[in-house]
Design a protein around this ligand. Structure first.
Ligand code: SF4
Length: 493
């Protein structure tokens, strides 16, 4: 009944929203307050109402959030804008999340918010340090299998699907078919952007529910040295095609000991904003596979630098930045193992996370519900959060003893085709990294972290700890201090 109620509510919302959206089609920036007024009425009495209020406040103020909202309204094609609000907020949030909660209770397995899957292991590039190359080039999830996963997922309340790989756009025709068929879902892909062309852009404008996290590594020299000559220009070309067509996208950047300063610089982030990125997902380099170069892993000081810089840039850059490890505090630690998401590789192995290559179940031999109930996922969820310090969220990078225990107790097997790296070999590389990070993470956590319900507190500007600089009550801070810009940044217009 709960699901039916939510479906009816969401259907009503969709109809009402379609009428309200007409305002936005005419003059998005001018009419945004009218849409918010409608949203305020519609969400009265439920938890989304506060979010609506926050959006309106941000829009009214000259903050980076307000500028970002205006960028989205001005720079997004209206089909995309409409699909984003309908599929991402209404279907995945208002409709999907309550269905997922009800199904979790009914079935006794946790239903996540998103599913990440690899259409193929093939890639047209061979980047240094990318594990995708280790899987070999011969695995694919068939169109039918991906369709089945999404169909089963929607029944469980999952309306958000992300592709990684390999290079997912090697299968772009199938991905467009899926976006077209499941036009009530939101789709995203981690891509190197080199296969984005005019025909594909036309397809995207037709479906309107497919966005991209484009891999970017720093400047031309850094990009081409890691990913091959000419890659930088090809990435820029892909971004330009999307920007010119007003298709929303962001960047995905892996920071290493070599490029972390470039990636965290004002200049580089400004360049990404100028290239059209509305959001940026940051990842730290993980030493996965026998060919991994451990010297590329960031030191504790470099990771702390990223922690500080991302928070600084969030104060004034009109781009939504997210750091997959250092932001564990916003989401209660590790989100993998089906808690909020999980990963299906191109061979069908159901892995807890894109970075954790072990599995007990394969989607070619089980249903989605069975995969979600896998002993590996159960062990993962029992262990989460893996540390009381949410700046040490990861069972591989920060708590390797936990990953050894989970893999051994669940009987999970390695899935990385070429070297089948065992968990002891893998975690031997991260043991010293975790030990070195712990004292630094503890210090930041003891006096500089956002509280657990940080998203709300962040919005309420409760940032006392981060700005105390050693002078607030805790008295032991001073190492990680966020420097606020004193002048209005150039992008706030
Ligand atoms: S396993 Fe590590 S990388 Fe994956 S979601 Fe959890 S914390 Fe993040």
């Amino acid at each position: 009944m709960a699901s039916l109620g939510n479906t009816i509510k969401a259907t009503g919302a969709n109809v009402a929203f379609s009428a309200a959206f007409k305002y936005l089609e005419k003059d998005p920036v001018k009419n945004f307050p009218k849409l918010m007024k409608w949203a305020d009425t519609f969400t009265k009495g439920n938890s989304w109402n506060k979010a609506v209020g926050r959006f309106q406040n941000w829009f009214d103020e000259e903050t980076w959030q307000g500028v970002l909202i205006k960028r989205v309204l001005q720079d997004c094609n209206t089909t995309y804008l409409k699909k984003f609000i309908l599929n991402f907020f209404l279907n995945s949030g208002v409709k999907g999340m309550p269905i997922a909660r009800a199904k979790s209770e009914e079935l006794g397995v946790n239903v996540p918010w998103a599913i990440l899957m690899d259409p193929t292991s093939a890639c047209n590039l061979k980047c240094v340090g990318c594990w995708a190359a280790e899987y070999g080039k011969h695995y694919n999830l068939s169109y039918e299998k991906m369709d089945e996963i999404i169909t089963q997922g929607k029944e469980l309340g999952v309306y958000f699907y992300i592709y990684s790989g390999g290079e997912p756009l090697v299968r772009k025709k199938d991905l467009i078919r899926l976006a077209e068929k499941h036009n009530d879902c939101a789709f995203g892909a981690f891509t190197n952007a080199t296969l984005i062309d005019e025909d594909f852009v036309e397809d995207l404008l037709r479906v309107g529910n497919f966005t991209f996290m484009i891999s970017a590594e720093g400047n031309k020299e850094e990009t081409d040295s890691r990913r091959g000559e000419g890659t930088y220009d090809a990435v820029k070309r892909g971004m330009k095609l999307l920007k010119d067509a007003r298709i929303p996208f962001g960047f995905s950047g892996t920071y290493t000991s070599k490029n972390y300063q470039t990636i965290s610089s004002d200049e580089w982030i400004n360049e990404m904003i100028d290239d059209g990125c509305l959001f940026g997902w940051l990842f730290t380099y993980m030493p996965i596979g026998s060919g991994a170069d451990v010297s590329l892993c960031v030191t504790p000081e470099q990771r702390a630098h990223m922690y500080k810089r991302v928070r600084e840039m969030r104060e004034y850059k009109p781009i939504f930045l997210l750091d997959f490890w250092n932001d564990g505090e916003y989401v209660g630690g590790c989100i993998a193992g089906g808690r909020r998401y999980f990963h299906i590789n191109s061979n069908g192995d159901c892995e807890p996370c894109a970075f954790i290559h072990y599995a007990t179940h394969n989607i070619n031999e089980c249903t989605l519900e069975e995969a979600l109930g896998s002993p590996l996922f159960k062990k993962y969820q029992e262990g989460q959060p893996f540390s009381d310090n949410l700046l040490q969220p990861c069972p591989l990078l920060d708590n390797p003893e936990k990953l050894r225990q989970i893999v051994s107790e669940s009987g999970a097997k390695p899935t990385q085709d070429l070297d089948l790296e065992g968990v002891d070999v893998l975690t031997a590389k991260t043991d010293p990294i975790a030990a070195a990070w712990k004292p630094v993470a503890d210090q930041i956590w003891s006096c500089g972290h956002y509280p657990h319900n940080a998203i709300i507190n962040h919005a309420l500007q409760k940032r006392v700890d981060l700005t105390c600089g050693g002078t607030a009550d805790c008295g032991n801070c001073g190492r990680i201090k966020v420097d606020r810009p004193t002048e209005k940044p150039a992008h706030i217009v």
